[in-house]
Design a protein around this ligand. Structure first.
Ligand code: ZN
Length: 185
């Protein structure tokens, strides 16, 4: 496995690649396994919950998502994992249905480290994608962070950056001196 360099929105050469509409991945594709392993490693090293192939310079419709487990604390202080970690390899993903209700929340991008802004997203989405085994799969009515990450990553594959989705640009702020206020993708 190998760490890859994450392209940056604030670098003009990188931005050209990040704003390109990506090509469909042709399947089967034996080199994909290694690439996906590198993407998970690169995403985890940067503390992200999602990473799209164009963010490492590959303009193909491929993204990975890793939603951390949900842990609840009981009154006596013990912690209970109420939902496991969820990992996805999304090849040629498509939003096939989306809520017309919107949720606005802080969102960050690994291609603009430290910066977060309020992004409106559909409250839930149903996504179809191909998995590493070449099977078409469906995530039905994903909500919360998964819904947000799916929309953020699929936007990357269309060359759309989260900064373009922010309606009120005064909410876009540099939090690099503080604790990250939200997930970065
Ligand atoms: Zn991003």
């Amino acid at each position: 496995m190998a760490l890859r360099r994450i392209l940056r929105i604030d670098n003009p050469d990188d931005k050209k690649i990040l704003t390109t509409r990506c090509h469909p991945v042709r399947m089967p594709n034996p080199s994909l396994k290694q690439l996906v392993a590198d993407m998970f490693e690169t995403m985890h090293a940067a503390n992200g919950v999602g990473l799209a192939a164009p963010q490492i310079g590959i303009t193909q419709r491929l993204a990975v998502i890793s939603i951390p487990p949900t842990v609840e604390e009981r009154p006596d202080g013990t912690k209970v994992e109420v939902a496991p970690e969820q990992n996805f390899v999304l090849i040629n993903p498509e939003i096939i249905k989306a809520s017309d209700q919107e949720e606005v929340a802080l969102e960050g991008c690994l291609s603009l480290p430290g910066w977060y802004g309020e992004v409106p997203r559909a409250a839930w989405v149903t996504v179809e994608y191909t998995d590493l085994n070449g099977r078409r799969q469906r995530i039905r009515r994903a909500t919360g962070l998964l819904a947000r990450a799916l929309q953020h990553e699929i936007d990357h594959l269309d060359g759309i950056l989260f900064t373009e989705r922010i309606r009120d640009l005064s909410t876009l702020k540099d939090y690099s001196e503080e604790m990250a206020p939200a997930a970065a993708e």
